[in-house]
Design a protein around this ligand. Sequence first.
Ligand SMILES: C[S@@+](CC[C@H](N)C(=O)[O-])C[C@H]1O[C@@H](n2cnc3c(N)ncnc32)[C@H](O)[C@@H]1O
Length: 317
Amino acid sequence: MSLLNKLNADADTSETSWSKTYTETKEVAFFVSNMDDRITQDVRHFLQSYSGIPRHDIVEHVYRIREKAWAIRAYPCTGFALFLQPMLPLNPAYPFILERVRNEGANFIDVGCFVGQDLRRLVFDGCPPSSLFGCDIVNHWDVGFEFYRDKDRPFGKNVKYIEDDMLHPKTKNQSNEETLDGDVDMKLMDWKGQMDIINAALVLHHWNWDDQVAVCKNLVRLSRGPESMIVGCQIGSTGKNVMEPHCEENPYGTFQTYWHNPETWKSMWAVIAEETGTKWEAKAELKTFDQIGWRASDWWYIGACSRVLQFVVKRLE
Ligand SMILES: C[S@@+](CC[C@H](N)C(=O)[O-])C[C@H]1O[C@@H](n2cnc3c(N)ncnc32)[C@H](O)[C@@H]1O
């Protein structure tokens, strides 16, 4: 067994280890200290109109919140301020998702929801907060309340959020974590079979093939049945699929992360369908960073073949 394989076999792969260790420093390739130009007109408009942040306070507010998020976990989506631009509206299925959640009572869950930017976008676009659910392994949720100032508004009162691990999800009965009022916390698998739309944005790429299969099988368990959808995006590649460290600052090599193209994505879903006795139509597209509005120059450290894979997976049976 190679050293890398041994490290992978020994590692707890529920969460990337680098996202914990790099919180101590900003000297990493995926942190830009000046993000003024990423606080776009759209971002300002949202923070003014949804959150009620006065115009002159917006820049300071965004910098302060990013500090807090970085102190929890060090991710490129924080360091490059990607969380300012929700990914969900860029998904080709977004109009259909809005239709189903806004007008047909569909339940929507965001797994790896971070500060809840995609969920806020849905509410801003008219979806009822009571149809929305979020899950993350670690609490960025409270920073989200501070960012969007909506803890005591319909979002904070009605969106259901839990902390759990999507690789090894539990039910309430398997959990011994107590809430402040002595009740036992809900866990991800308490929502088994209840979700119509599942969003997994910028998270599956943390894992190798086997763990991505395991996570997606858990997402299948959450899905209600035929017509459920799994949507999202992740880093993909037009070149080699198994990323190994090719420069010191590249964090993604640790678990031999698997970066898909549309064909491997389809193959992975054939395996998931077979192993869960379900049937899915899996579509994906590779987009350049420019195409989705990110700065291509940020991503030098993960190589010229890297792209964003946008996906829509529909349950047929
Ligand atoms: C890179 S961030 C992406 C966040 C957000 N979805 C977005 O589009 O910006 C990955 C998120 O997944 C969460 N996460 C990582 N491993 C997880 C796991 N095993 N279970 C649940 N959430 C996890 C992280 O805490 C983080 O909030």
